[in-house]
Ligand binder design. Structure first.
Ligand SMILES: [Zn+2]
Ligand SMILES: [Zn+2]
Length: 142
């Protein structure tokens, strides 16, 4: 808890029980949970908390770089406490997300390649495939 408080303070975000609970729910999870999964966990500690509060808290943490959103566009947002540069492997059947510890080499873009005025903030690398679990199920629809 002490180190979560430090994390919030380092980004000049005020420390609230809600923010601590959301961060602590994310810590130690490597499955990139959805907002709803985080909500289910947080409400066990803070029964009065609403989904909306959890969602807004996640947005604040994302904006301040304490949590990262892994967003494969068409699917619901997933959240990641690991904000260092790392790539993801995503199963296209069940959407399990695996971390890949090798850092993705940044692709250098020249200004001519991007739409004028576009400010790039980060690059994310996603590899799509089929996880071992899905490959072993009998009714594999590809
Ligand atoms: Zn799968
Ligand atoms: Zn990750």
């Amino acid at each position: 808890m002490e180190n979560l408080i430090k994390k919030l303070r380092s980004r000049h975000i005020s420390v609230t029980p809600q923010r601590l609970a959301v961060l602590s729910a994310l810590e130690g999870r490597r499955d990139h949970p959805t907002a709803d999964q985080i909500f289910q966990e947080v409400r066990q500690k803070l029964p009065a908390i609403s989904f909306n509060t959890v969602y807004k808290t996640l947005e604040v943490l994302c904006r301040n770089g304490l949590v990262m959103k892994v967003n494969p566009l068409h699917e619901v947002a997933r959240y990641d406490i690991q904000t260092h540069n790392h790539a993801h492997l995503i199963c296209r059947l069940c959407y399990r997300i695996y971390d890949l510890e090798r850092q993705a080499a940044p692709i250098e873009l020249s200004p001519e390649e991007t739409p004028p005025g576009f400010k790039i903030e980060r690059q994310s690398v996603i590899f799509w495939g089929i996880c071992p679990h899905c490959q072993s199920t009998t009714h594999l629809e590809q």
